[in-house]
Design a binder for this molecule. Structure first.
Ligand code: GDP
Ligand code: MN
Length: 379
């Protein structure tokens, strides 16, 4: 789950990272009030979950409260990379002397929380990685010991943090690390971390991405979710307890088990098709879950066929087949469905599926080929 900048800043501030938090506003009037309360030049910033807001016109300075209202009027309603801005953050403006990039990621390659740092802040790190990779420091941290003081010093030296700010930098580094670990994040980045003209170190922008699987133990963070920016189908899936990720293809997949779901997607591609989603209905899924899964898959107008791949262990094939037939009879939209059920009671499942006009398949290759053929037939 991605957190908005102002939410990410709340978390960082709680862990002692120096920043100028500000207030959110959803109307120009609220923006004016917020700026008046701050009582000096402010920055008006679009709160959307995409990078590069600055370049897209979503970050603007304002000298007076009236100007803040004006900038808010320009930014609210603006389309930034497909997202309409609903909320802006009004924060005290900083006079920037230097911008740095500082981030932590959970790096699967090194299997460690890894520091990413660059003295070329303000621009997207992916850009620096392409144009000037030597300007980036990657430092994996020890999984048990965590961030050590000598590492913080090394990062500070690499960035060229002024000597008088090294203590403050250590505070930023410790706070960022604690925020990352304690909120079970996948990513926590400050871009830019700045030194101001009057020699303060401040986090000017922040982005935290949380590990969805760890969210159940952070109800306070779950509340920071911005439903405004999530796919309605992904919200529905979460509520039904289904793992779902929307993709761009035309073959909807309904599978029990994450590994099997990935294999299914691979075989769809191998057969010349494109999966419309990753979907794992989980073990022992009953009819209500199958119904929810159908709705979620068919909500995507690109879906022209559905491939159902169920491995029956404890789950009995004939029960699943009956569940599929029943769930299908209640759908508003219908597409060809290819069903492969193997394992417990798969033989008993076959007549139930055949009678309901579902396309059956014995092997997964066969199922993928039939789903691709069904899409071509529909096109
Ligand atoms: P992003 O483009 O979505 O990453 O948004 P940022 O919050 O990082 O802002 C983009 C750029 O706007 C920063 O790199 C700064 O150069 C500039 N900026 C943001 N806040 C301030 C501020 O308070 N004062 C000044 N002078 N510039 C700012
Ligand atoms: Mn930024």
């Amino acid at each position: 789950m991605k957190l908005q900048e102002y939410r990410s800043k709340e978390i960082l501030e709680r862990h002692g990272v120096p920043l100028l938090a500000g207030t959110t506003a959803t109307t120009p009037d609220e923006a004016r009030e917020a700026a008046r309360a701050i009582g000096g030049p402010v920055v008006v910033k679009a709160q959307v979950l995409v990078g590069g807001r600055g370049k897209a016109g979503g970050v603007k300075l304002a000298a007076t409260p009236d100007e803040a209202a004006e900038k808010a009027r320009e930014i609210i309603g603006l389309d930034i990379k497909g997202t309409t801005v609903k909320t802006v953050l009004i924060a005290p403006a900083a006079d920037i002397a230097h911008e740095y990039y500082l981030g932590l990621i959970l790096d699967r390659a090194t299997k460690a929380i890894t520091v990413i740092a660059s003295a070329e802040g303000g621009v997207e790190i992916e850009e620096t990685a392409k144009t000037n990779p030597e300007a980036i420091l990657r430092l994996p941290l020890h999984p048990l010991i965590g961030l050590q003081e000598h590492e913080t010093r090394r990062i500070g030296f690499f960035l060229g943090i002024p000597a008088e700010l090294r203590k403050d930098f250590a505070k930023v580094m410790r706070g960022l690390y604690a925020a990352f670990v304690e909120s079970d994040a996948d990513l926590a980045e400050i871009n830019p971390l700045v030194v101001t003209d009057d020699g303060q170190l401040l986090a000017l922008d922040a982005k935290i991405v949380l590990d969805d699987s760890a969210l159940p133990r952070h109800p306070d963070l779950e509340e920071m979710r911005d439903l405004n920016e999530e796919e309605p189908s992904e919200i529905a899936a979460r509520e039904a307890g289904i793992s779902f990720i929307k993709l761009d293809g035309s073959i909807g997949c309904m599978v029990n088990g994450a590994g099997l779901a990935m294999t299914t997607m691979d075989l769809v591609k191998l057969a010349g098709g494109e999966p419309a989603n990753f979907l794992d209905i989980g073990g022992g899924a009953k009819q209500d879950k199958v119904t929810a899964a159908f709705k979620i898959i068919l909500d995507d107008p690109n879906v022209k066929a559905i491939l159902i791949n169920i491995f029956g262990g404890i789950t009995r094939g004939d029960e699943v087949a009956r569940g599929i037939v029943e769930a299908r009879s209640n759908l508003e939209r219908d597409v060809p469905m290819v069903v492969r059920i193997v394992g417990t009671n798969s033989e008993e499942a076959k007549p139930i599926l055949a009678e309901a006009n579902l396309i059956t398949a014995d092997s997964l290759d066969d199922a993928a080929a039939k789903a691709v053929a069904a899409v071509r037939g529909a096109a």
